[in-house]
Design a protein around this ligand. Structure first.
Ligand SMILES: [Zn+2]
Length: 114
């Protein structure tokens, strides 16, 4: 049975070699990637529920979205499929709208620092 440094049992999909680098406590699944985009399962050491993360590499940073259930992973996949066919101007406006909505909910916090 594979475990991390703290003795927590890894999920069957964890591909991390915790013995080779004991500083990495969180578990990760295989990377599924194409070009600048990818997805992987992850289980941070502080959580009990895994996430599926989807990321896109930008020119100077990484954009990432998480789903913490099969339902949300399905919704995330559908969002990405719809975004692939959406006008670029709509997507850039959507990014601004997400920041606006976040500022309404968490006015005292900077989004990039969270
Ligand atoms: Zn692990």
């Amino acid at each position: 049975m594979k475990t991390n440094r703290d003795g927590r049992t890894c999920p069957p999909w964890c591909v991390r070699d915790h013995q080779a680098d004991s500083n990495l406590l969180g578990c990760v699944g295989a990377k599924h990637s194409t070009g600048q985009a990818g997805a992987e399962a992850m289980l941070p050491s502080t959580r009990t529920i895994p996430d599926v993360a989807a990321w896109l590499h930008g020119p100077a940073d990484l954009g990432i979205a998480f789903a913490d259930s099969p339902y949300r992973a399905g919704k995330l996949a559908k969002f990405i499929e719809f975004a692939a066919d959406a006008p670029k101007d709509d997507l850039r406006a959507l990014a601004a709208h997400v920041r606006e909505a976040a500022a309404e909910v968490w006015p005292e916090q900077e989004a990039e620092a969270c």
